[in-house]
Design a binder for this molecule. Structure first.
Ligand code: PGA
Length: 249
């Protein structure tokens, strides 16, 4: 059966010392969770935090990786480098990367393949913007995002991916998709996976919800059959808030 996951996405928050302090606090308060717990940190934290959480239940994720394997790409961080820090996951295709850093379907396809080739598990984000939701185009949008970057994978590789549905209008806005809205599109996404890879792969695919998920709304969201956890931004920056979301399982 598929895993339930609560994953944090720190984004560009926390300097190294603050990040280590937060990871240390989480290490102390998270024990025996009923789901897998992941923290997504900036690159500079990865090695230290991975070492700190070695053999701990909390896993570590990068928030991005380069679309090239290695070489003269000043300032970039490759999937291989991420893997060498001890991180196990890599968030890819976040709407902020798509919107502010021009990440296209093609670029993301490369990143996903490089992550997998380096034994990192991608947490692949999809989701529509407000205008698309208002025009009723959300299904079309997530379908194109999947077809454009991950439906080229073999069933075996696709099986290593975690999907995160994050409606862009709900990210950092305090607006959350209702549990019904989220369940509806999660079921649609799982249906697309089933069409492409069959029922078994679809049943085993973890699909997270992200977008202003917090301690108050998490339980209502996670109670739905096709919502297998959350990708948490703002509420992952305080240990108590993040723990409360983990406890929703
Ligand atoms: P948020 O961010 O929880 O702050 O809305 C979620 C995300 O962007 O992953």
């Amino acid at each position: 059966m598929r895993k339930n996951i609560v994953a944090g996405n720190w984004k560009m928050n926390k300097n190294l010392q603050e990040g280590v302090a937060l990871a240390t606090e989480l290490k102390e308060i998270v024990s025996n969770p009923n789901c897998e717990v992941i923290i997504g940190t900036p690159f500079i934290h990865l090695a230290t935090v991975s070492e700190l959480l070695k053999d701990n239940v909390i896993k570590v994720s990068a928030e991005n990786c380069a679309d090239k394997a290695s070489g003269a790409y000043t300032g970039e961080v490759s999937a291989e480098m991420v893997k060498s820090t001890g991180a196990e996951y890599c968030i890819l295709g976040h709407s902020e990367r798509r919107a502010y850093y021009g990440e296209t379907y093609e670029i993301l396809k490369e990143k996903v393949q490089l992550a997998l080739a380096n034994d990192l598990k991608p947490i692949f984000c999809i989701g529509e913007v407000k205008e698309e939701r208002e025009a009723g185009k959300q299904n079309e949008v997530v379908k194109a995002q999947l077809e454009g970057s991950v439906f080229n994978l073999s069933a075996e590789d696709f099986g290593k991916i975690v999907l995160a549905y994050e409606p862009v209008w709900a990210i950092g806005t305090g607006l959350t998709a209702t549990p019904e809205q989220a369940q509806e599109i999660h079921a649609y996404i799982r249906g697309l996976v089933a069409e492409k890879y069959g029922n078994e792969v679809a049943d085993n695919c973890t699909i997270l919800y992200g977008g202003s998920c917090n301690a108050k709304n998490a339980a209502g969201l996670f109670a739905n059959p096709d919502i297998d956890g959350g990708l948490i931004g703002g509420a992952s920056l305080k240990a108590e808030d993040f723990k409360a979301i983990i406890d929703a399982f």
